[in-house]
Design a protein around this ligand. Structure first.
Ligand code: PLP
Length: 457
């Protein structure tokens, strides 16, 4: 008999012995197993090692081998948890969808993060290596973040470094800010269509998202005023620059009226500036924060979209007493953003090559978006869209009667992953939409991806 089959036989015998014994019971000694089973001590030891590895037994040197207390990975009767947990307040479906990888062989028009080919991977590797060698790399960072990083973010949005708090990406920033401003149960106005991660986090925090419609010029100030008046909300969430999912930019002549409507309602404006570095051709308009004169606008920015999803470094920019509350909740949540990641971010964005990376990114996203809109015009003339000038995503309006979730399922069957529009809205819609992203499909395959989508129609 081979060595491995002897080990398997002894392991099976030991498993039988364990079945009849309570947790903590001692098993026969190795010596008696050698004698009774007629195998060598090495075989017995290897079999015991297998049972230790899967948590069936534990060994205590000098004392013997014992049946483990809890069988790791074994079936557990967890029915009681369903009773204890009750109805779930946590709703992560839209956010989870954004993270799930499509099946292999599927072209990915759904993911809102750069594919590896667009990430500055070698610069990131070099930045991380330099960061890890910094003497302070593994120590506690200053509570608001590394001063160099705060200064850099402040320059990007036009603020003072002292008003910047470093966060674990944009989602972490949004979560902290939106939960800081108003108690559970409060309405929060959301420009619609909007980012599913915010809708999920509001609902999970017991806050109530209320849609405010947008058009090609962004939020409609007339409907915003009405929404403030009917809900009494004290918070508006808006993406003024290249909004996800439809890429719109808040029109210059609406910036004043939006801020005025918020001021009249005594409300904060949470500006999600996630796409500051993702303009395709022209420079994006300044952050809405620049027009703010009374600490009303709280701006969020992040490096995940322009660099890589796992460079989870972002920031909140806020002025006045509200920052104390945001900072306090940030610390209560998880203390601070790991210093090696902050050091890496500093190395990356202040190092040579960052601006060249951004230029490459803009040009590539612009080319991909042109390829997408060209292919859509040919393959899907029955669908409507406006070409975004920045960001990753395009909002495709489907003909009446076409169901977005059903089409997304069929598209996946045809080999292309797309986002069902329902995750991006709170209120019922006249027509359904798909969100198509150019971050995850390279230029030569975009036309193929659109053909696959057309075949699913
Ligand atoms: C509009 C918008 N804001 C914020 C985020 C969160 O980004 P992250 O947490 O990766 O920085 C996303 C991610 O998809 C987004 O689309």
């Amino acid at each position: 008999m081979s060595e491995s089959s002897s080990v398997a036989r002894v392991a099976a015998t030991l498993r039988e012995l364990v079945k009849d014994r309570p947790a903590g019971a001692r098993l026969p000694s190795s010596r008696s197993l050698v004698r009774e089973l007629g195998v060598g001590p090495v075989t017995v030891q290897r079999a015991i090692d297998q049972l230790v590895a899967d948590g069936t037994v534990i060994t205590r040197p000098g004392a013997g081998t014992f049946v483990a207390r809890a069988r790791v990975g074994g079936p557990a009767d967890t029915g009681w948890q369903r009773v204890a947990l009750g109805a779930s307040p946590v709703q992560a479906s839209g956010a989870l969808e954004a993270l799930s990888a499509p099946p292999v062989d599927c072209l990915d028009l759904s993911r809102g993060y750069l594919d590896v080919g667009l990430q500055p991977t070698s610069r990131l590797a070099a930045a991380a290596a330099r960061a890890a060698r910094r003497p302070q790399a593994w120590t506690v960072p200053p509570p608001s973040g590394l001063p160099e990083l705060r200064t850099w973010f402040a320059q990007q949005v036009g603020a003072e470094a002292e008003d910047v708090l470093i966060t674990p990406g944009g989602q972490g920033a949004l979560s902290t800010v939106l939960r800081s401003l108003v108690p559970a149960g409060s309405p929060v106005l959301v420009a619609e269509p909007g980012y599913p991660g915010v809708i999920s986090l509001l609902r999970s925090a017991g806050l109530v998202p209320v849609a405010v419609p947008t058009d090609a010029g962004g939020l409609r100030p007339d409907l915003l005023e009405r929404a403030f008046a009917t809900t009494g909300s004290r918070v508006l969430y808006v993406q003024p620059t290249f909004a996800n999912p439809d890429g719109h930019v808040l029109a210059a002549d609406r910036r004043g009226p939006v801020l005025a409507a918020a001021a009249a309602a005594g409300a904060f404006v949470v500006e999600d500036d996630y796409a500051r570095f993702l303009g395709h051709t022209s420079t994006p308009p300044p952050a809405l924060l620049r027009d703010d004169t009374d600490g009303r606008v709280i701006t969020i920015n992040s490096l995940t979209k322009a660099a890589a999803p796992s460079l989870r470094v972002g920031c909140v920019v806020a002025r006045g007493p509200v920052m104390q509350r945001i900072r306090a909740l940030r610390i209560v949540d998880d203390l601070f953003v790991p210093r090696p990641l902050q050091e890496t971010a500093v190395e990356l964005v202040t190092g040579a090559g960052w601006n060249a990376h951004l230029r490459f990114l803009s040009a590539t996203l612009g080319e991909r978006m042109t390829a997408l809109t060209t292919a859509l015009a040919i393959e899907l003339p029955q669908c409507g869209f406006t070409r975004p000038q920045g960001g990753f995503s395009l909002w495709l309006e489907l003909p009446r009667g076409v169901d977005d979730a059903d089409l997304a399922r069929r598209a996946e069957g045809a080999g292309v992953a797309v986002g069902a529009g329902r995750h991006f809205v709170v209120a019922e819609q006249d027509t359904a939409h798909l969100r198509l992203c150019v971050a995850g499909v390279d230029l030569p395959r975009i036309a193929d991806a659109v053909q696959r989508l057309a075949s699913a129609f």
